[in-house]
Design a protein around this ligand. Structure first.
Ligand code: AMP
Ligand code: ZN
Length: 113
């Protein structure tokens, strides 16, 4: 999608600190981290979020693959524990409308939610 910032990162039209890439996914550091380590796992397919009609068309197996990738990359980044988060929709805190997993951790003062 032309105006999508994450599609631009995927197409290398704008820079990012990429920590992983294959034919289906890209992972890069969040530009505004909320923890010592904070990266995003993004499918290369432009899926908006989990509340739009297109969700009907998604192969949900990709989310299993993304979670596995979260585990592998968190370990590579030296995290002994981490959180994952998907924000869906403006009222769900989503700012970039290309679905992504946040993976973050590293600090010792986590707020329980
Ligand atoms: P969300 O609120 O779930 O849509 O999260 C979007 C995330 O993308 C935020 O944590 C932003 O800091 C991050 N972000 C926005 N633009 C960039 C960028 N160019 N490179 C890396 N991360 C970004
Ligand atoms: Zn996109």
């Amino acid at each position: 999608m032309d105006s999508c910032i994450f599609c631009k990162i995927i197409k290398k039209e704008i820079p990012a600190t990429i920590i992983y890439e294959d034919d289906k996914f890209i992972a890069f550091n969040d530009i505004n981290p909320i923890d010592n380590i904070h990266f995003l796992i993004v499918p290369k397919l432009h899926i908006i979020n989990l509340i739009t009609a297109e969700v009907e068309k998604i192969d949900f197996n990709i989310f299993g693959e993304m979670l596995k990738l979260a585990a592998v990359l968190a370990k590579e980044q030296g995290l002994e524990g981490f959180r994952t988060m998907i924000n869906s929709g403006k009222k769900g805190g989503q700012e970039v409308f290309h679905i992504h997993f946040h993976v973050y951790g590293g600090s010792n003062h986590l707020k329980k939610i």
